[in-house]
Design a protein around this ligand. Structure first.
Ligand code: ADP
Length: 404
């Protein structure tokens, strides 16, 4: 089946067209500046690239422009639009309603819309993508794959905040966790290649990209994860602080900083960017300046120190550790981050092999020493593959019930 995978943002749509039977990527691309005077659609195949610029007033119009490009002889991706068997959507928040992906129907649309209260920046544009497909391809089944779903196995002891109980009852304030599709994929790969597929396993997966999160998974089920009610908590990220003293926003507000500025600071000016004094949120730049710029060094060190603390605490939560996985732009590429993080974790059985670590970028690679009790891997993530597989599974085997 040919599956269109969409990740719809407020002004952009990332897409891939995949052949699920052949496990093949047919093309990928990006629609940008939707709603602005001049938008663009870029499609890349192994034969080349195509770029169209035009006004794209909304998501529906943008998709209407994209589809004919897929059948254009120039790209030769599809014979006919009727070849598209299903659309899979990345949806950020499934709340407590979804512990699995779902075939999109009216109830799913209503539920995703209601969950916008929990993810006001993400669920509304995700839903726009779904509604646009309904309009443009009304007969094609659609599936929503949630960033939160994999984490729904967390027990209350891991997802409950020590706040007044009524906040959970009234607003559903609890830890949800994000990046679930990525954690799920790299966990599955690592469990397979480490030989733990059919055995009890204690696995930690660290997704380190612009956003960063770490997850503890026992026997295939998430027992804890570092992002919380929103994707702001946990690890140090490119521009987000991760965990910090909860009283700080009130302190800043009491000192005359507006809620809007505080929100902006926590989303866009903190993390690596903040620690490096505004030098960069890009780990590549910080590593280049590690030896010469004390602020760049501090940013990298705080990043790795926080990560190391989480690995230790999750090993405690799991009662030991069998496999540790690095993924995401930083996890897959930054040899130095992996070695700095694992330094001193020998007591847990984590011993990195420097040569394997140095050559372990951008591919599946074992980077721990032979004979160490913990296997450490780099596994490049592939969220779109999971979305395509989930879409294929649900379209072939529709489940009767829409929400939990
Ligand atoms: P996103 O979370 O937006 O999907 P990615 O997973 O692609 O982002 O990660 C992007 C980040 O990965 C960049 O900001 C950069 O810090 C980091 N990165 C990419 N390549 C390298 C590299 N070669 N060395 C170190 N860090 C890298």
């Amino acid at each position: 089946m040919k599956i269109l995978v969409l990740n719809s943002g407020s002004s952009s749509i990332k897409f891939q067209l995949r052949d699920s039977a052949a496990e093949k990527l047919l093309c990928k691309g990006l629609i940008e500046r939707v709603g602005e005077p001049l938008g663009s659609i870029q499609v890349t195949t192994d034969k080349g690239k195509l770029l169209k610029e035009m006004e794209l007033p909304n998501h529906t119009f943008a998709l209407q422009q994209l589809l004919p490009l897929l059948t254009s002889p120039e790209l030769g991706v599809l014979q006919s639009l009727s070849d598209i068997g299903a659309v899979g959507h990345r949806v950020v928040h499934g709340g407590e309603a979804y512990s699995d992906s779902v075939l999109v129907d009216d109830l799913a649309i209503k539920t995703i819309d209601e969950l916008s209260a929990l993810a006001p920046l993400h669920n509304p544009p995700n839903l726009k993508g779904i509604l646009a497909c309904r309009e443009v391809m009304p007969l094609v089944p659609q599936v929503a794959v949630f960033d939160t779903a994999f984490h729904q196995t967390m027990p209350p002891v891991a997802y409950s905040y020590a706040l007044p109980r009524e906040l959970y009852e009234r607003f559903k304030i609890r830890r949800y966790g994000f990046h679930g599709t990525s954690h799920r994929y790299v966990h599955g790969r690592a469990r397979l290649i480490s030989g733990f597929e059919n055995k009890p396993s204690r696995i930690i997966t660290a997704h380190l990209g612009n956003g960063c999160s770490i997850t503890a998974i026992r026997d295939g089920k998430v027992i804890d994860t570092s992002m919380g009610f929103t994707p702001l908590g946990g690890l140090v990220m490119g521009t987000r602080p991760g965990d910090m003293d909860a009283s700080l926003p009130c302190f800043l507000h009491d000192n005359g900083i507006s809620p809007k500025d505080i929100r902006n600071m926590l989303q866009k000016k903190s993390g690596l960017m903040g620690l490096s004094g505004g030098l960069s949120n890009d780990m590549r730049v910080l590593l280049e300046h590690y030896e010469t710029n004390p602020q760049a060094r501090l940013a990298v060190d705080v990043f790795c120190y926080r990560l190391k603390k989480y690995i230790g605490s999750y090993a405690a939560a799991l009662g030991g550790l069998d496999v540790l996985v690095f993924t995401g732009g930083i996890g897959e590429n930054a040899t130095a981050v992996r070695s700095l993080t694992c330094e001193g974790l020998q007591y847990l059985g984590v011993t990195i092999d420097p040569a394997r670590n140095a050559s372990g970028n951008r591919k599946e690679a074992l980077i721990s020493q032979e004979g160490g009790s913990v296997k450490v891997y780099v596994v490049p993530t592939d969220e779109e593959l999971v979305i395509a597989e989930e879409t294929d599974r649900l379209v072939r085997n529709p489940k009767p019930v829409s929400a939990n």
